[in-house]
Design a protein around this ligand. Structure first.
Ligand code: RP5
Length: 168
């Protein structure tokens, strides 16, 4: 799929440019699997008006999932989820002070009625959020489904083909 000419189906947002080191792992998976996406810095605390605008326009713009990464007092995923019917996938960014436990608890402990699907702290969580968003789209996008199937098959064969960890 030529992503340049296709409306984004997944939004990847983060609270700060400093989150990019983590969130690039979500974007890498979306690119690998051919998922049309967009990437933005949207801060719950520094740009609250932008947050509202992004959340309220997301569904009408065709987004089918929003991957939201934030660290520390990580309100971004929950606030997005409060203002859009689009499923929000939260990625806790590893903070300096508390290693991301603050981010994880801020994102995962949502009150009943406003769900955020919360992933692991850091790069693994971001990568899995990208894969999860692709899986959400796969039933309606045969090319994404085929790419996801191929990714998983290669992941499996990479392990089975190299059973001895002492060998390269
Ligand atoms: C959060 O504060 C961001 O998501 C980031 O993880 C954290 C620190 O932001 P910076 O001070 O590095 O911009 O809002």
């Amino acid at each position: 799929m030529n992503q340049a000419n296709v409306a984004p189906r997944v939004g990847v947002v983060m609270g700060s440019r400093s989150d990019w080191d983590t969130m690039q792992h979500a974007v890498a998976r979306l690119e690998q699997l051919g998922v049309p996406h967009e990437v933005r810095v949207v801060s719950a605390h520094r740009t609250p008006d932008l947050l509202v605008e992004y959340a309220k326009s997301a569904s009408a713009r065709g987004l089918r999932a929003i991957i939201a990464g934030a660290g520390g007092a990580a309100h971004l995923p929950g606030m997005l989820a409060s203002m859009t019917p689009v499923p929000v996938l939260g990625v806790p960014v590893q903070s300096k002070a508390l290693n991301g436990l603050d981010s994880l608890l801020s994102i995962v402990q949502m009150p009943a009625g406003v769900p955020v699907a919360t992933f692991a702290i850091g790069a693994a969580g971001a990568a899995n959020a990208g894969l999860f968003a692709a899986a959400m789209l796969a039933p309606d996008h045969a090319d994404v489904r085929a790419a996801l199937d191929a990714f998983r098959a290669k992941q499996t064969s990479d392990v089975l083909d190299h059973p001895d960890p002492r060998q390269p």
